[in-house]
Design a protein around this ligand. Structure first.
Ligand code: ADP
Length: 488
């Protein structure tokens, strides 16, 4: 069967380059879609980690002058991904991260860097390669959001065959890519693209805004977030446009890589286990306590947090609720990086509560697995959360999620209220509104449940039996690709 050909355009892709959930999704979708007959090629910038060690690569296109320097398009098979790599050394070959330098400062030419990525995708979509046509171009986040804009306003004039359909997926509406209007020419955007129906956004060029206005379809990473972003509270200024486009907006939940995140085979755990050996988690808990300097007190739950330390993630709420957690006999093991002020407050909390609060700052993939494999609770008190992955890992590992009822957290956890407990469907604890009081109540409810072995075990078993794989989401993406590709 020959299914739709999809060109996925992303600024990061696991396992080659990753700063967040976007990379996981862009890296996992192609492999999960292949069995459904959907062939995905992934266009990424040629950052050093991607260019290093390229073998069997083939140049498939050249631009002598491309956003300030020469560029080539390279086709290569890497880590099971069919990549198209935009090699533009003046834009991407530099030490540091994909978006900024080692100190975390954004690259000053990010507008050009990601306009170039989208422009290349539009050219490929418009028939620049002799032997490749895409039925659908799937752009991820603001970095790729100009694809539909270029296809509308800056076509090369090649105009052979049918233009591909476009999808824009929003992984986090907080990042919108806003730049001065003076860049219009430099970004190869004609004046008529700078309107309310194009990239114009309060006098600036809005990458995400332009994509949201012009993509044939918009997706975001959970049904609840798809609704929330159409309201003023979470719409971040784009709610009006999103409401206007609501007929073309779908929420599709993220899945997780069930091989990388499998407690039965996970090399980062002290002890591996499955749903029939949940007791074995105790050894992982001991390992966590050693690592975080926590004592062996069993009077309450061991609560884990694996998170960026930011306002979005509600880390200030957790600091305020900490005394209540400790009063319930609980302990906290926090792994995180981010905001310096939050970091020092957590460090101070650990100093004040030796043996009861432990913190590790930095990014440690292995330790994040151990926390899921041994903690009693994984806590996610986000103010907004497009999908969230850590609560899904928690389900799979038997760490009971305590989450704010927002976005993907609302869609993936079933609160242990009386009705859900009676029906035997509960998997965790939710709280709303996202306040210190409500968080404290949820932690107290969870601590009470923790002291009842039968109830706690039932929550863990149900969580571990929940399907959090890509199976269902990938069928939804495939249906969407088919529907768009088949349009006249
Ligand atoms: P976001 O993408 O907004 O940061 P998600 O929950 O979607 O939030 O994804 C976060 C991912 O990053 C998860 O895979 C989580 O385990 C991982 N992560 C976050 N902070 C750390 C850390 N300090 N060390 C290791 N992994 C982390």
């Amino acid at each position: 069967m020959s299914g739709p050909r999809v060109l996925s355009v992303a600024s990061e892709v696991f396992p080659l380059i990753k700063t967040g959930g976007l990379a996981d999704v862009a890296g996992a979708l192609p492999g999960a879609l292949a069995p459904l007959g959907v062939a995905v090629r992934t266009l990424v910038p040629g950052y050093p980690p991607i260019m290093d060690g390229l073998a069997g690569a083939k140049i498939v296109h050249r631009w002598p002058q491309f956003f300030g320097g020469p560029a080539t398009l390279i086709s290569a098979e890497v880590a099971g991904l069919a990549l198209l790599i935009l090699d533009a050394p003046h834009l991407y070959r530099r030490a540091g991260g994909p978006y900024g330098d080692a100190a975390g400062k954004d690259w000053p030419d990010n507008a050009e860097r990601f306009a170039a990525l989208a422009f290349a995708a539009a050219e490929v979509g418009d028939g620049a390669l002799d032997d490749y046509r895409a039925d659908v171009v799937h752009a991820h986040d603001w970095q790729a959001a100009l694809v539909p804009v270029y296809l509308r306003f800056a076509r090369s004039g090649r105009a052979v065959g049918k233009l591909p359909a476009t999808i824009l997926t929003v992984h986090n509406l907080a990042f919108q890519g806003q730049f001065p209007a003076t860049l219009l020419g430099k970004l190869r955007l004609p004046a008529d693209a700078f309107t309310i129906d194009g990239v114009e956004y309060y006098g600036h060029i809005g990458f995400l805004k332009g994509g949201l206005a012009l993509a044939d379809h918009i997706t975001t990473v959970s049904p609840t977030y798809a609704r929330e972003i159409q309201g003023a509270e979470m719409g971040m200024g784009l709610e009006g446009l999103l409401r206007h486009r609501s007929h073309a907006l779908t929420g599709i939940l993220n899945g997780i890589d069930a091989d990388v995140w499998n407690p039965a085979t996970d090399p980062h755990l002290a002890t591996r286990y499955d749903g029939s050996r949940i007791d074995a988690r105790r050894l992982n808990k001991t390992a966590i306590r050693r690592h975080f300097g926590l004592n062996d007190d069993e009077s309450g739950p061991l609560v884990a947090v694996v998170s960026r330390l930011t306002w979005q993630k509600g880390m200030d709420l957790l600091l305020a609720a900490l005394p209540r957690l400790l009063a319930e006999g609980g302990q906290l093991a926090l792994l995180g990086a981010g905001d310096a002020a939050l970091q020092s407050e957590f460090a101070a909390a650990a100093t004040r509560n030796p043996g009861r609060v432990g913190v590790v700052f930095g990014y440690h993939e292995g330790l994040s697995h151990l926390l899921q494999g041994g903690a009693d609770i994984i806590l996610v008190p986000s103010r907004f959360e497009p999908c969230g992955l850590t609560q899904l890992y928690g389900l799979r590992y038997g760490a009971v999620p305590v989450v704010a009822r927002v976005g993907g957290l609302a869609d993936t956890i079933i609160d242990a209220n009386d009705a859900a407990m009676g029906a035997g469907v509960a998997t965790g604890f939710q709280f709303t509104p996202v306040t210190v009081d409500a968080l404290e109540d949820a932690l107290a409810r969870a601590a009470r449940a923790y002291r009842n072995n039968a109830i706690w075990r039932s929550l863990q078993e149900r969580g571990m039996a929940t399907d959090v794989s890509w199976g269902r989401p990938v069928r939804q993406y495939a249906e969407l690709y088919h529907a768009l590709a088949d349009r006249p």
